[in-house]
Design a protein around this ligand. Structure first.
Ligand SMILES: Cc1cc2nc3c(=O)[nH]c(=O)nc-3n(C[C@H](O)[C@H](O)[C@H](O)COP(=O)(O)OP(=O)(O)OC[C@H]3O[C@@H](n4cnc5c(N)ncnc54)[C@H](O)[C@@H]3O)c2cc1C
Length: 583
């Protein structure tokens, strides 16, 4: 075992982790631990944009942005957090510009802005141009820019280090976070990092689903680790399905396409969103568009030989717009479906995309132990966290914004805390749990294969916990997930070696996926209403009387017999009372 000592340890080198590192690294001795080489993080796959009410191309202001975010999130958004995000958005974009990010420009040289779903002028009047972008490679540019600035500031990276546990030390005032334990992919060695503050920035868990826009590595490790420590997870039933995945594959085509004017059509060529969202049509929020698409298919108006998808029509945009503003997705359609968006509409269907829920934090990124207390020294930001700015449904371009605004805040708060406190002793045998986990996975105790269990998990989640849910489908999913958890106890890992044992790590990641899938389904069963990304066919209406509240999940007990305890947390309101959500 190797030992390291830092002021701040950041787990994850996506947008949130690196934005935190830039702040923390200038204030305190900081290490970034990441299972991927930093520029391979999923932030680099983000396409369409990052929003801020810059008003560069038309009138806009941060208050309209706040309102859109809250209404888009079906009023489950904590309004204080949404206000901060919309206000700080402007500096967040300008900071990136100063760091060197090559945004698309207007003819006058200002940062250009495009339309995106749910972002409107004057509280819903019409779509507004709020998303700053770099063609359809905005995330790639953000990730490269942040990485270059981390290098400039001399941030220390531990690449291909899988964090599998954190250290909590009991004190008179309750538990404090004192470090993290990682498995080094290249050597199989275990490393203990003692730290005064630890920041989780580990991203989402889209791989619980089969059809997803998410990378293979998005297995919810950070959320899983926190949950296993008995700390809560928030609002996990709210998972976003992005309307335009390539049909049958799930590979994403950015909403920026519709922002530039692309139109969704059913088999008969009808622009069906006119019926569902008469004012902003194809630019309604994602939950509404995804449900409308699913309904078109369910009611027999789908396109294709099996009538199981709809069409994204970009043909009227012209080759020049497609090649200059949407080059990557144009290529994706050609490569993966052999469809040329310049000449013909592209088959699309909703794809699992984004976790609105996650590790609960306050607006400083401090992780909550329960509704009233934080864990000193523990922080979270980005998709793994729930602050909650996205409520029940995130608006497009608000995540790249979230990771920059709250990544920055968490980085500052973690460094300030580290500078004001001494190191607290680590618990006894800090690596014991990880050593046992690795030894168990490598021991011979069954014949179940990781890939089989993962495939079955993803199939049942796609079939039963996707765009539409009912009591029956969710119960089916719950029983399936619990049976898979039981089989997981008997997995075998074929590679018993120490060097680059990805076989072993896939087994560990599957453990996190199973646990998070169960939380998602338990939460979806308990929430007997439809709100944002959570649509229950058997409870089609939003129920503010009983469910205008965040869900908080706690793990109780160990292993298979563990229970999930469900609690609630009030939503923070500042200015906007819940209204009917029309677009
Ligand atoms: C295809 C696609 C397109 C998107 N387009 C947009 C868009 O245009 N606009 C927008 O706002 N949002 C978009 N999103 C969403 C947005 O990109 C993500 O929500 C956001 O980038 C997440 O950033 P993050 O820093 O939280 O996590 P990530 O970028 O996913 O980074 C996670 C990091 O955690 C590390 N990590 C994970 N587990 C461990 C572990 N156990 N140990 C050590 N390290 C670990 C990884 O190595 C990685 O560095 C898109 C998402 C996808 C999938």
């Amino acid at each position: 075992m190797q030992f390291h000592k830092y002021d701040v340890v950041i787990i994850g080198a996506g947008g949130a982790g690196m934005r935190a590192a830039i702040e923390s690294g200038q204030r305190a001795r900081t290490a970034v631990l990441t299972k991927l080489y930093p520029t391979r993080s999923h932030t680099g796959a983000a396409q369409g944009g990052m929003c801020a009410a810059l008003a560069n191309v038309e009138e806009d202001n941060w208050e309209w942005h706040t309102f859109d975010t809250i209404k888009g999130g079906d009023y489950l958004v904590d309004q204080d957090a949404a206000e901060i995000m919309a206000k700080e958005a402007i500096d967040a974009v300008l900071d990136l510009e100063k760091m060197g990010l090559p945004f698309n420009r207007t003819p006058e040289g200002k940062i250009d802005q495009r339309r995106f779903g749910g972002h409107t002028r004057n509280h819903g009047e019409a779509a507004v141009r709020r998303a700053c972008y770099a063609a359809d490679r905005t995330g790639h540019m953000i990730l490269q820019t942040l990485y270059q600035n981390c290098v400039k500031h001399g941030i220390e990276f531990f690449n291909e280090f899988y964090v599998l546990d954190i250290c909590l030390t009991e004190t008179e005032d309750g538990p404090v976070c004192t470090g993290a334990v990682a498995y080094e992919l290249a050597t199989g060695e275990i490393h203990v990092f003692q730290a005064k503050s630890v920041v989780f920035a580990t991203g989402g868990f889209g791989k619980v689903f089969k059809t997803t826009s998410n990378a293979h590595t998005l297995t919810g490790d950070g959320m899983g680790i926190v949950f296993r420590k008995g700390l809560p997870l928030e609002d996990m039933e709210f998972y976003q399905f992005h309307p335009t995945g390539l049909a049958g594959l799930g590979i994403l085509l950015t909403e920026g396409a519709r922002g530039e004017g692309a139109i969704l059509r059913n088999a008969s060529g009808e622009r069906f969103m006119e019926r569902y969202a008469p004012t902003i049509k194809d630019l309604a929020p994602r939950d509404i568009v995804a449900r409308s698409m699913a309904l078109e298919v369910l009611e027999g108006r789908g396109a294709g030989p099996n009538k199981d998808y709809v069409l994204l029509d970009c043909t009227h945009l012209g080759a020049e717009v497609l090649e200059s503003k949407l080059p990557d997705i144009t290529e994706f359609a050609r490569t993966y479906l052999a469809v040329d968006p310049v000449k013909e509409p592209v088959p699309v269907y909703p794809t699992a995309h984004y976790a609105m829920g996650g590790i609960p934090t306050n607006i400083h990124g401090e992780v909550l132990r329960d509704n009233d207390h934080v864990i000193p020294g523990l922080y979270a930001a980005g998709e793994c966290a729930c602050v909650s700015v996205h409520g029940a449904n995130r608006l497009g371009t608000n995540s790249l914004l979230d990771i920059n605004v709250f990544g920055r805040r968490a980085g500052i708060a973690a460094a300030d805390y580290a500078n004001a406190h001494e190191h607290v002793e680590l618990p006894e045998n800090p690596a014991a749990q990880v050593e046992a986990q690795v030894a168990l996975a490598l021991s011979e105790h069954g014949h179940e294969r990781v890939a089989d269990i993962r495939t079955e998990l993803q199939a049942t989640m796609d079939a039963n916990a996707s765009v539409y849910r009912t009591e029956d489908t969710l119960k089916t999913a719950l029983h399936a997930v619990q049976a898979l958890k039981e089989r997981y106890q008997r997995i075998t890992v074929q590679d018993k070696g120490k060097r680059f044992n990805t076989d072993l790590l896939e087994a560990v990641e599957l453990g996190f996926l199973l646990e998070l899938a169960e939380v998602l389904v338990v939460g979806a069963l308990a929430r007997k209403e439809s709100r944002g990304g959570h649509a229950r066919e058997d409870y089609p209406n939003r129920d503010d009387t009983n469910f205008m509240r965040h869900s908080m999940y706690y793990k109780q007990g160990e292993g298979l017999s563990a229970d999930i305890r469900l609690d609630y947390k009030p939503v923070t309101f500042t200015r906007y009372q819940p209204m009917e959500r029309k677009y």
